[in-house]
Design a protein around this ligand. Structure first.
Ligand code: COA
Length: 393
């Protein structure tokens, strides 16, 4: 019997968030299910409980997280496994990352933190704060663990509760900006833009994304780019490795939901768009929200060669604009309310201006605020490169 229901609990008798009686523990498989049931109240969206559980189990089987997902619970010390009251819960995901400094690029381990949750009747007692504080301390000691696999150097999270809460435990807010573009019908998509001639973007299926964005040559080039950037400017730079597994995890989510919410349509096979001449590519996913207004086609990541002349700059921006337009059409066809991509570079801003000169960058203050904590006593002030949606968890 799992104690998650806790209808017997006397709320007033529960320890306060700073009590020495509280402890952070890994969940048993049964407690994992129980914690998902509890957080379904806020995260199941349009799904019923069983389908939400099935989705979480399906995502758990994906290569990206299969062997690296841990659920953490805040509980009262000494209570028996599977009997204890879940006061707060969260998840950590192992992630492969790189650290670039002074021209050296080394592979490192990192973590993502997500699904921080406290059930409504226990809120305001300091449980979430205690849990995150304990986890922060644990991450600092992971850094000095002798077992190599556990030497997590930093962690990221995406806060939906602003910038303050996590900052007190070491997760600093990082640039969290995006563009949001409207969907375009076929007619609107095909209409020429006055004064701008765009190339034709091609659509990419999953295998195309693998070949165009995750092949060995691209990976070598991307790592080379990090090396160059770290030679040019001082300070440590980190990035979560944008492996194909990341895209597959996002697609597993969209395909699971599309299969339930959009039975009228064939599976969403178009996973991105590209333009071969300028070698610009992006991968995307469709995010089904609780309401149609929340439906968003996210560009998970962009890949392009840094232009070396004014002509190349113009051609690359036009290719990006053509790809964005194709994304807007895809959004229309899937009833997505918008197309979004994170932390645009000046080149992407140029592309957006070709499509909509009035479009403004939005700086997120409350939701999906990207935060990073460097583990250990060293407290490095690092720059986060490739801070795009693919790494979201
Ligand atoms: C956010 C949440 C985990 C907080 O749990 P909690 O146990 O009530 O939090 P605590 O009692 O430990 O901490 C309270 C502090 O968090 C802040 N806080 C709580 N909810 C907040 C919110 N939605 N936005 C901003 N701050 C919030 C409080 O203002 C308070 O701040 P203070 O210490 O400066 O007074 C809980 O409300 C919850 O599960 N919400 C739904 C899921 C969610 O949004 N999770 C966060 C995902 S990033």
């Amino acid at each position: 019997m799992i104690a998650a229901d806790n209808s017997h609990l006397d709320n007033a008798a529960l320890p306060s968030g700073d009590s020495p009686e509280l402890v952070l523990v890994p969940a048993t498989p049964e407690e994992r299910i129980e914690s998902i049931k509890l957080n379904s109240v806020v995260w199941k969206g349009a799904l019923d409980l069983d389908t939400y559980l099935a989705r979480e189990n399906h995502l758990h089987q994906q290569a990206l997280v299969k062997d690296g997902l841990d659920i953490w619970l805040l509980v009262v010390r000494g209570e028996a496994e599977n009997q204890r009251t879940i006061l707060a819960s969260c998840e950590t995901y192992k992630k492969k990352a790189v650290l670039a400094q002074d021209g050296n690029v080394e592979p490192i381990s990192a973590h993502g933190l997500g699904s921080v949750y406290c059930r409504p009747e226990f809120r305001g007692k300091g449980y979430a704060k205690r849990m995150v504080s304990e986890l922060s301390k644990k991450m600092d000691t992971w850094q000095t663990e002798t077992i190599l696999a556990n030497r997590s150097r930093f962690s990221v999270l995406y806060s939906d509760i602003g910038k303050k809460f996590y900052a007190q435990f070491g997760w600093k807010p990082y640039p969290s900006a995006h563009f949001s573009l409207s969907p375009l019908s076929k007619n609107e998509h095909d209409r020429a833009i006055t004064g701008v001639s765009l190339p034709k973007a091609k659509t990419l299926v999953a295998d195309d994304v693998r070949h165009s964005m995750c092949n060995d040559e691209i990976v070598r080039k991307e790592l080379g780019l990090l090396r160059t950037v770290s030679q040019r400017s001082p300070g440590a730079k980190v990035a979560i490795l944008p492996s194909f597994e990341h895209y597959k995890w996002h697609w597993a989510r969209e395909e699971f939901l599309a299969n339930i919410l959009r039975k009228d349509k064939k599976p969403p096979l178009i996973k991105g768009a590209g333009e071969d001449k300028s070698r610009v590519y992006c991968a995307w996913n469709r995010n089904f929200g609780e309401t149609p207004e929340e439906n968003t086609l996210y560009i998970l990541r962009w890949i392009y060669d840094e232009p070396t002349s004014a002509e190349e700059t113009e051609a690359t921006a036009r290719a990006m604009a053509a790809i964005l337009k194709r994304a807007q059409l895809e959004a229309y066809e899937w009833n997505m309310a918008k197309v979004q991509f994170w932390n645009p570079t000046p080149l992407m801003e140029k592309a957006v201006a070709m499509l909509d000169p009035t479009a403004k960058i939005i700086h997120r203050e409350m939701d999906s605020v990207a935060c990073l904590k460097w583990n250990g006593a060293e407290k490095k002030d690092v720059e986060w490169l490739w801070n795009e949606k693919y790494a979201w968890c």
